[in-house]
Write a protein that binds this ligand. Structure first.
Ligand code: C5P
Length: 239
């Protein structure tokens, strides 16, 4: 399997026309795309169905659900008729919320895997300390990851820099989850310091080597000068 087949392109900051133009130019070697809150709120279910039918893409719907258990369960239920295979929710919604989500997933939509978001990579030590008095971010991440394991959540979204901690937790529990990593930049972009607003980035090859099952890549692909060369780079990675 090649790295391209396990790379998910984040379709951010694009209008509808731009989205379709980009999809026309996206080589078939990349089968996955990610739709975020922005696109979903603007264009809703028709966009998702259209992308699935016209472009034959596999879809990750990144809505990061977070509410009381009943509301999240109902919200997931209303997504059950969509052709999406990965859906996000916040692990910090707690055990009951995660369990309620699993019940709906198992009953109505087992074509989809639920991915727990630990804490957002946009939050730094200061934010975590300010909001939850968190001093030890590794311990905080470990607690959230163990909650994913306990509630049967199928996977997690985490920084590739957290994969070592993930490995420790998985080893201790004897279980393995799907690991999806954003914050990825090509080696030459990192070397040139061209990492935009992502603070802790890693290159695709290293992230796969550390155990990522899927990578999420946005601007490095959507704003690439030469998209097909970038896709070829990903194809050369053997996983
Ligand atoms: O353009 P870039 O590659 O930075 O895009 C990364 C994508 O991954 C964006 O859609 C962003 O919302 C998402 N993401 C992230 N960090 C997380 C969770 C999701 O960057 N912790």
């Amino acid at each position: 399997m090649s790295g391209a087949q396990k790379t998910i392109v984040a379709l951010d900051n694009m209008g509808k026309t731009q989205t379709y133009e980009f999809l026309e130019s996206l080589p078939a070697e990349i089968p996955w795309i990610k739709i975020g809150l922005e696109q979903y709120l603007a264009h809703g279910k028709p966009l998702i169905r259209d992308i699935y039918e016209k472009y034959d893409k596999r879809i990750f719907l990144d809505l990061k659900l977070h509410d009381i258990p009943n509301t999240v369960a109902k919200a997931l239920g209303s997504l059950s008729n969509l052709p999406v295979e990965l859906i996000t929710l916040h692990l910090s919604g707690g055990e009951q919320m995660l369990k309620a989500a699993q019940v709906v997933r198992n009953e109505k939509m087992d074509h989809a895997q639920l991915l727990g978001v630990s804490y957002l990579t946009s939050l730094d030590h200061h934010d975590l300390q300010q909001m939850w008095a968190i001093q030890d971010t590794k311990a905080a991440f470990t607690r959230l990851f163990n909650l994913a394991l306990k509630t049967g959540t199928q996977g997690v979204v985490c920084s590739a820099h957290e994969l070592e901690t993930v490995k420790e937790c998985e080893w201790k529990s004897g279980k393995s989850l799907i690991k999806v990593c954003p914050g990825i930049r090509f080696k030459d972009e990192i070397k040139e310091g061209n990492t935009t607003d992502q603070k802790r980035v890693l290159d695709p090859e290293s992230a796969f080597q550390l155990g990522a099952n899927y990578l999420v890549m946005g601007r490095s692909l959507t704003q690439a000068r030469d998209l097909s060369t970038r896709v070829t780079e990903l194809q050369k990675i053997e996983i």
